[in-house]
Design a protein around this ligand. Structure first.
Ligand code: ADP
Ligand code: MG
Length: 680
């Protein structure tokens, strides 16, 4: 039994309680057992009012001496309390009538809170309090404070967790010898200590990340992740996929028709993919290559391989602009080979869409390019052999999962320009095979990057004018305004108007996310054909757009962009033979993080290096894009802890081979039914 108080003051109705618990992911006993405290509070001692320190949470036993509702300016309850040593003010901005009643003059209260120096002397805002019962004793150990959600009190959580601890199966999933080797405590001891700290524990040692009980929990969490990934990997290998026997007729024809030769890196990646496609189990490969390294042609070869073997291939891109661009490029490459390429996006008219869907369902359409419209329920492939996702990190976890289901028995290729740092590769992406394009096609001139303060905008406009007069083209990227899409659009329109008047004689175009797909496509086509010289754009052009004649990129308010975004944007230029430049216009004063980002992008053009810095500046959660999807990432462990990740990986492998039942129990405890989401 826990040594802190189990008294529950406010029973909640079962229905809303269940909903709140579900929001915290609390369903099974194991979920409660693993719902560990965020921090601890010391309620083992009473502090005399006179000894209260500003900024330090403490507990007081007092009597109410005054109690009034004040309006200054907001309605609030102000309660004066005292003990033998002095008096204090407690202030409640929200309160219930019954709380006010409990704090009537003369009531004996125990309250817990942090002292502030207020306008009228020392005060405590919103302390936690209860009426002291006769003979009520103090808890003997620190009180855990759990992560919670609105309307769910700590007392309720504590009671539920205590109950779960009493009846849950806490059997260790790891053998004692292994724990000894790793220097970790056994599971029951670790968990009990974290929920019910022994009386002698101090707050500082208990909250330290390397407290052995926390190490055990972190290890277990990483182990669960590794087990899940390895199991997915094995399951995939056990699942059948068509062995795609290529004839090389189409791929040879494409290679012969291309105006360039594959780089060594492209050659290697293509061979790795081709040999995967021959296998009777699904490929799951990531093709990783910096912007401009030429991933598209490798994707085209892979698709042709599938088609030669009598199967269909699909390519999914994260935006309409990008999907359209792939479509144009692939159609141009493949039409001469007598292959029809279909195109499927959400903005297709009903009739057109039905025709495309029919072609996909009958198998008459060998190759289809599209957006996430491809993973809608209505889309049924006759014989999908290969599914490719471009810029896969831009898709949400749920979309990736949907694609996985659609292509369950198909080979899968993901492409990304954002290299995965090592610790992430070992964890979230551990069940992927990776091919790397570590070489850019020849004849590229490196892009020069310039940082220019907003005040010198005129010089930048002059530079754009010059570049266009010399026959070049330029992108002008408008500031990102995260808070308001409307405002962002307004800014883009203003920039467009301003540049149109600043650059007489040049055709200026505007493309942004609110345009209809057909309008967007028309603007992009005009830019590709050099009928538009300066393209004013919001970040819709961030990924993949390929216009080799554009050699100048201006990014306004570059300080607002993330590193990966800046790198992607800059990658839009330097695609042709002309010397290219990227001008980062920034507004002062620069914040610390913005300064750090601009320094990285100025000093490096290496995508790997930039990704590493990005991970360092932002943390892994944002990096894998899971944060916005609301999925639980690692709760206790830290991916930066590479040594622990390595250990977990090694143990996972042994465990699956030697102790599959324990492995299953461990997974059940940690992931319950959520395993699918982690694998996406
Ligand atoms: P990314 O990897 O960023 O998707 P793309 O596939 O769009 O790059 O390729 C960038 C440009 O380089 C395209 O214009 C493409 O046709 C061209 N390209 C690809 N491979 C080669 C090569 N081996 N030699 C010359 N140009 C190439
Ligand atoms: Mg690309």
């Amino acid at each position: 039994m826990p040594c802190w108080s189990l008294a529950d003051k406010k029973p909640a109705s079962a229905n809303t309680l269940a909903a709140r618990l579900a929001r915290l992911g609390l369903r099974t006993d194991a979920d409660y057992v693993l719902h560990l405290p965020l921090r601890y509070e010391d309620e083992t001692r009473i502090t005399a009012v006179r000894d209260a320190q500003p900024g330090v949470a403490a507990q007081f036993d007092v009597e109410v001496i005054d109690n009034e509702i004040a309006y200054r300016p907001r309605r609030q309850l102000v309660v004066r309390v005292s003990d033998a040593s002095g008096t204090l003010t407690m202030r409640f901005l929200n309160f219930y009538p019954n709380q006010q009643k409990a704090m009537q003059v003369g009531a004996r209260l125990r309250f817990f809170g942090e002292l502030h120096e207020g306008y009228l002397g020392p005060e405590i805002i919103h302390p936690r309090f209860h009426v002291v019962g006769a003979g009520e004793s103090l808890p003997e150990c620190l009180t855990p404070v759990y992560p919670t959600t609105a309307g769910l009190g700590q007392a309720t959580l504590r009671r539920l967790i205590a109950r779960a601890l009493d009846r849950a199966d806490l059997t260790d999933t790891l053998p004692a010898a292994l724990l000894e080797r790793l220097g970790l405590p056994d599971f029951t001891a670790a968990i009990q200590r974290l929920h019910n700290p022994p009386p002698e524990m101090t707050q500082a040692s208990l909250e330290a990340r390397d407290y052995p009980a926390w190490r055990r929990v972190q290890f277990d969490e990483l182990l669960a992740q590794q087990l899940s990934l390895r199991r997915a990997y094995t399951a995939r290998r056990a699942r059948g996929a068509p062995s795609l026997q290529a004839t090389a007729t189409l791929t040879t024809a494409l290679l012969a028709a291309l105006p360039f030769r594959l780089t060594g890196a492209q050659q290697r990646a293509w061979q790795e993919i081709a040999s995967d496609l021959d296998q009777p189990h699904p490929m799951q490969r990531l093709l990783q290559g910096d912007v401009g390294s030429g991933k598209t042609v490798v994707a085209a070869l892979a698709m042709l391989h599938a088609v030669e073997a009598g199967y269909q291939a699909a390519l999914m891109a994260p935006t309409e602009i990008l999907a359209e661009q792939h479509y144009r490029k692939l159609a141009a490459w493949l039409a001469p080979l007598g292959l029809e390429v279909a195109w499927l996006t959400g903005s297709l008219k009903k009739r057109g869409k039905e025709a495309v869907l029919a072609g996909i369902a009958s198998g008459n359409t060998p190759i289809v390019i599209g957006t996430h419209a491809l993973i809608e329920d209505k889309v049924e492939f006759a014989r999908l052999g290969l599914a490719i996702v471009d810029e896969q990190h831009r898709f949400g976890v749920r979309q990736r999962l949907a694609l996985k289901e659609k292509g369950l028995f198909a080979h899968q290729l993901a492409m990304s320009a954002t290299p995965i740092p090592r610790t992430l590769a070992m964890s979230y992406y551990a069940d992927l095979d990776v091919s790397v394009l570590d070489e850019l096609p020849p004849g590229r001139t490196p892009v020069t990057t310039k940082l220019i303060a907003e005040g010198r905008r005129d010089q930048v406009v002059a530079r754009v004018r010059e570049a266009c007069r010399a026959g070049g083209q330029a992108y002008w990227v408008c500031p990102l305004i995260e808070e308001s899409e409307t405002l962002q659009l307004k800014t883009a329109e203003e920039t467009f108007a301003r540049l149109t008047s600043d650059l007489p004689g040049q055709r200026v175009g505007l493309v942004h996310g609110r345009l209809k797909a057909a309008e967007k496509a028309a603007v992009m086509a005009a830019f590709v054909n050099n009928e538009i010289h300066v393209l004013v754009a919001t970040t819709v052009i961030e990924v993949g757009v390929d216009v080799p004649n554009a050699s100048l990129m201006v990014i306004e308010h570059a300080e607002r962009f993330g590193l990966a975004q800046l790198h992607q944007l800059r990658g839009r230029v330097g695609r042709g033979a002309a010397q290219s430049a990227c001008i980062l216009l920034y507004a002062q004063p620069l914040g610390q993080l913005a300064r750090a980002r601009l320094k990285v992008i100025f000093e490096s053009t290496d995508g790997f290096e930039i990704a590493r810095e990005d991970l360092r500046l932002r943390g892994p959660g944002e990096f894998i894009g899971a944060r916005q999807s609301g999925l639980p990432l690692l709760r206790y462990a830290d991916l930066e802890d590479a040594a622990l990740v390595e250990q977990a990986r090694a143990v996972a492998e042994d465990m699956l081979r030697d102790a599959p039942e324990q492995a299953a129990a461990h997974l059940q405890r940690w992931l319950g039914g959520r395993e699918e989401l982690l694998k996406a």
